[in-house]
Write a protein that binds this ligand. Structure first.
Ligand SMILES: NC(=O)C1=CN([C@@H]2O[C@H](COP(=O)(O)OP(=O)(O)OC[C@H]3O[C@@H](n4cnc5c(N)ncnc54)[C@H](OP(=O)(O)O)[C@@H]3O)[C@@H](O)[C@H]2O)C=CC1
Ligand SMILES: N[C@@H](CC=O)C(=O)O
Length: 411
């Protein structure tokens, strides 16, 4: 008999509970293992008093420690006390499964080493891409590749919001509320909308892909809070969509990473990823381009990934690979490739500003569109690295033309 303790019974925890209950018989038949969910940790016990297995619930971690379960599933979220709890159980030779990217991005290396030392698994497939199996393929199936780049939509909440704004002209706050009601958003959705959640996830993916110690806090991270319906309309007029994209590239000793809203063509593979769906495009030197696609947030997709980790543990696939992450690389923050960009300029004098812009970009091919309400100009420029573009933006500022936002056109 394998006993399980579930830390957290919110969106994901309740999904894990249901999937375990539904599959108990199947697991017994397939793996000849009796599985028992013994205890569930929550903070507000009263909320669950009408649950038909209320006897499993506790608000005391000591009750769970004393029960000494074989496997602990951490779906509470946040850094503390999740870190202390996960560390405790690994140190006491318990397998741990977590969906907590905050925890893995911050303490993943340390916790993996503790797991290795104690010959147990720390598994975290659900921490990136929700229901998409991405970490196992990256670590195992793609082992014969030098991974050159990753481009990923890895936050369901922001992709959902941007899709609603694009498809239904819905306002930002209305769309955010829908994403929260559906259980996609973090308990504090700031991490979603400011891009921090995606930064943590791309740091996890890139650390595993490149065997490099990527500090998520160093990643240039731009969220979606200042994207307005004029921006969306401008993207539409160019047959593009706006997506929050996590981009990671390695080349020689350089690693470039960012999370930023970009314009992508609506018929490109990334442009077709909508709502809470996620997609991860990986470029490996042997395999070429691969795309992983599926629901990136929500109760059952996330629980599905956790259940996959549970099965791996039950099959004794103890994942305690030696994690050696190198810090020997240059961290590049600005997009290094010559690219196309869209610059938004908010102005009360569009005609005058247009001629100032044309002067500044003389001889260079640019296009200028006016927003429907005449308050913004959108300039499209090409063949600029981000460093070169920032220089141009500074020049415009010197002639009192203020670029309020700029987007990479990701091709
Ligand atoms: N929602 C999603 O789609 C996805 C979420 N994740 C990750 O999964 C984790 C859980 O997310 P989600 O289910 O949405 O979160 P919820 O906020 O819905 O649930 C959190 C649960 O943890 C319990 N909890 C929180 N803090 C404590 C504490 N200090 N002591 C005891 N219990 C605590 C809460 O108890 P109570 O009910 O009493 O308040 C609640 O049951 C997070 O790390 C999240 O980032 C990953 C992928 C997708
Ligand atoms: N809040 C996250 C949940 C899954 O990781 C998201 O929206 O992607």
């Amino acid at each position: 008999m394998k006993s399980i303790a579930l830390l957290g019974y919110g969106t994901v925890g309740s999904g894990v509970y249901e999937i375990i209950e539904k599959n108990l018989e199947d697991i017994k038949n397939k793996y000849n293992i009796d599985l028992k969910l013994n205890l569930i940790l929550v903070s507000n016990l009263k909320k669950y008093s009408s649950h038909n297995e209320f006897n499993l619930f506790t608000n005391s971690i000591d009750v769970i420690k004393n029960a000494s379960p074989d496997i602990v599933i951490e779906v509470m979220g946040g850094l503390h006390p999740a870190y202390e709890y996960v560390k405790y159980f690994l140190e006491h030779s318990k397998h741990v499964i977590t969906a907590n990217k905050d925890l893995i991005a911050e303490y993943g290396e340390e916790l993996m080493n503790i797991a290795k030392h104690n010959n147990v698994s720390l598994m975290f497939e659900a921490s990136v891409g929700g229901g998409i199996p991405i970490l196992k393929p990256l670590k195992e199936c793609l082992g014969g590749n030098n991974i050159e780049s990753i481009a990923a939509i890895i936050n369901g909440t922001t992709n959902f919001i941007l899709s609603k704004m694009y498809d239904e002209n819905m306002g930002y706050f209305e769309a955010l509320k829908l994403a929260q009601d559906a259980g996609f958003a973090e308990s504090d959705p700031t991490s979603d909308v400011e891009g921090l959640d995606a930064s943590r996830k791309i740091s996890i993916l890139s650390s595993l892909a490149y065997s490099k110690k990527i500090d998520w806090k160093k990643i240039k991270t731009i969220g979606i809070t200042d994207i307005n319906l004029n921006d969306i309309t401008n993207a539409k007029s160019k047959k593009h969509k706006i997506k929050l994209l996590a981009i990671s590239k390695q080349n020689d000793g350089d690693v470039y990473l960012s999370v930023r809203p970009v314009f992508v063509h609506r018929s490109s593979s990334i442009g077709k990823i909508d709502n809470e769906f996620n997609g991860v495009v990986i470029d490996g030197d042997s395999v070429g381009n691969l795309m992983f696609y599926g629901k990136g947030a929500g109760k059952y997709p996330t629980a599905s990934s956790i259940f996959g980790d549970l099965i791996a543990i039950m099959q004794n696939q103890v994942d305690n690979s030696n994690i050696k992450l190198s810090s020997d690389f240059n961290f590049i923050k600005n997009f290094p490739l010559k690219s196309k960009w869209v610059l938004r300029i908010d102005t009360n004098f569009p005609d005058e500003t247009t001629s100032q812009i044309l002067d500044e970009f003389s001889n260079l091919p640019i296009t200028i569109d006016k927003s429907g309400d005449n308050k913004s100009l959108y300039i499209t420029v090409s063949e600029f690295t981000e460093d070169e573009l920032l220089e141009k933006i500074e020049n415009l500022k010197n002639i009192s033309v203020k670029v309020t936002k700029y987007f990479l056109i990701y091709e």
